[in-house]
Ligand binder design. Sequence first.
Ligand code: ATP
Length: 250
Amino acid sequence: DACSACGWTAEVFPSIDSTNAQALRQLAAGSQAPLLVLAERQESGRGRRGRAWVSPFGENLYYSLGLRIEGGSYSLDGLSLTVGVAVLRALQESGCVGVGLKWPNDVLVAGRKIAGVLLELSGDPAGLCQVVVGVGVNANMLPGASIAIDQAWTSLREQSGVLVDRTALVLCLNRWLAHYLALHVAEGFAGVRAEWEVEHLWQGRAVTLSAGPQQIEGVVLGVDKQGALRLDVAGEERQFSGGELSLRLR
Ligand code: ATP
């Protein structure tokens, strides 16, 4: 039902290990794509690098869109940043004020995380592959003793003071994702880059980039047309990309 408007197939679960894992399994088993997987709860919701996404029952959006793409013609570069812009637009349309992006894939309000994006891939990145676009949005979750998240976070409800209609939020996110994915297919991240930079909270800011054990200090210049972070490091421009990188304000 949530998908009839865009012709996607959908699966909704009361509880699942991870909506991304389910979408990957279904694509591997030959399911038709685009396939949307939604759950009321995730038993082991995933973040980047094996971290967990806290996913209590009935509160939030645990949303994974499974796609089958030709990696060679549809560049994967910057795709998670493109998805971040789509999520941000959906939150703005839902009345969220002051929402912005943090490279590479966080969506923040007043320095607190309100949504996260996790792309997972299987198959051949240069040929036919399966991509799962995972989005977690904190919709109605409020701070409380049972919620243990080790960094600052917020939710749409905390920001707006009203209960969020999650079905409406799914439909809104579907629309923005369809729009930005089409733009990305046509033009690559280059077509989204300017918008992404406008929404980047840390443009021009002094930051520390952690690259494994290495710490690099620089000033954020922006992103390139592949979505790599451009930093001014001691007067010289350097580019950074890859899953192991993490930014902090200095
Ligand atoms: P980076 O800042 O480098 O992007 P990250 O810490 O934001 O990394 P992610 O993998 O994007 O890492 O997200 C996982 C992290 O997000 C968890 O380690 C936890 O700190 C936080 N987190 C987990 N669940 C939630 C949630 N529901 N809302 C907000 N933040 C969460």
